[in-house]
Design a protein around this ligand. Sequence first.
Ligand code: MIC
Ligand code: SF4
Length: 639
Amino acid sequence: MARNLTQKIIAAHLMDGTMSPGSEVALRIDQTLTQDATGTMAWLQFEAIGIERVKTELSVSYVDHNTLQMGFRNPDDHRYLRSAAARFGAVFSPPGTGICHQLHLENFARPGKTLVGSDSHTPTAGGLAMLAFGAGGLSVALAMAGAPYVIAMPKVVRVRLEGKLTGWAAAKDVILHLLGLLTVKGGVGKVFEFSGPGAASLTVPERATITNMGAELGATTSIFESDARTRDFLTRMGRASHFKPLAADTDAAFDDEIVIDLSKLEPLAACPHMPDRVVTVASLDGLTVDQVAVGSCTNSSYADLKTVALTLKGKRVPPATDLMVSPGSKQVVKMLAAEKLLEPILDAGARLLECTCGPCIGMGGSPVSAGVSARTFNRNFEGRSGTQDAKVYLVSPQTAANVALRGRFTDPAGWGKAPRKPALPKKIPSIKKLFVFPPKDGSGVEILRGPNIAPLTKFDALPATITGQVALKVGDDITTDHILPAGAQITALRSNIPAISEYIFSRVDKDFVGRIKGLGGGFILGGENYGQGSSREHAALGPRHLGVKAVIVKSLARIHRANLVNFGILPLLLTNKADYDALEQGATLTIRAADLTPGGELEIIADSGRRITVTNDLTAKELNIIQAGGLLNAARARS
Ligand code: MIC
Ligand code: SF4
């Protein structure tokens, strides 16, 4: 039977299930990645599972999100991760080596393999024809323990790229164009498979920019075929033996098709505060910017930064514009240094930051009050930059450099000739020796903990009947940044659930934590696409710790839904969306949880007497997990 590439990789890794859209498929996982902010929990959970050594072909533990080491908590986390990697057989990437997705692409990603990472942008590796999924830490811990990763069989959308990018248009504009077309909900339940002559014209890092931001579409993942460009990238990276040609069969069927002519694209920008609020850069002509930030796992490759360097060369950014550049890896820095390309960046007045996520996760680099910031990042959610009233625009590196030089957005027609697309140098300086490879036998390695690393909380089973109040009512497109903000102060508490829970919904309603504690638990009422954005399972763990028993919403984002299940929170879907308007915060609801059936309807009774019908899209296995009080309980009960 003819298959597309996604189906081929799924078929080659299928451990259980049938490959018809919507039904569960359990996949063998070849590689995992964790990062520090989600990784401490993932490794604590791996320890709790009680396996001696990771069972994957490769697991890498990166430290890239919070490397500020302000106070003991954060460096203690890093030390814990280093010791856990050595103990359990994972490669450790020390703080400052680079951003997990950029490093993984450069050093470890392999065409045709599967990857699960405790970060929503794990699909970056799809640029190298890997089937890569973002997941919560517990799902990654289980994959490291050799368990399959279970997803709903996605629909596969072919994105046929035609033509070639011209002028200042960049790979970022391809994905911004798609976001404008499909919105942040447009990818739910889908894999985007890119092919066609336009795809063949894009380099691997360009492809990775596109698959990275498939996460913003809500997609299950995104993937490019493995072709001559893939071979070229792997060869230059010194990994020619990892190359394997992969493509969809010529007569393969797809669930949908989108055609994009690259030659028609122009520089685009996503306006505050959602990645799908896309306009042309030309339409922003005249808008003054206070800050420009280049970097993040989306746009921090050698080619991205070389383009920025060549655009800045011999010029100076105005004093009122703060320009920062965070390279994606030390390899990128070494390549730029070898070609004397750091100089134009520094001489233009830019601040060269560490090779980490940095300002993207609010680790410094916050804009001024009500400031405008143009960033090459992938998310511009309200407050994520650390300045609540800042306005963040998402743009390509090409656009960022031009905007920085002028201190404002201008029409790209006046930017002159774009520099030629940089090719990777023939000989690339390796940074392999910076990774810490685990000993063959780690059993003697001591795990080093700090006082902020709190033991895992044990949760109770779900009661048969739950009565409680709607402790919070929120609208559509609530992100995990709304549920649990990032930033240096809060992220330092990722290994301590009681402490981090104090910040749940803190930027949405500062009284929420006090209220739900007073109520002894309750429910969250939400709109469409609840929980979109990051994979941080703390956005489920924290609410669970505070006694949230169910979220009742119009629709849910994929990774957050899985995290709710993993920690025993009921994800209930309103059958009649008008009930959302009728229900107010403070309403008391009674849910007969014992009557829940997979996919079945259930009546919830409100104190007003109103009856609300909810449904769910849970499988029998997922419902059992929730009833047991979460996946760790369910696994313990099984063993
Ligand atoms: C993000 O971009 O929001 C993060 C920070 O990388 C998160 C992970 C986290 O919260 O630690 C993600 O995308 O999953
Ligand atoms: Fe890091 Fe930002 Fe990428 Fe998340 S989106 S992994 S915070 S660079």
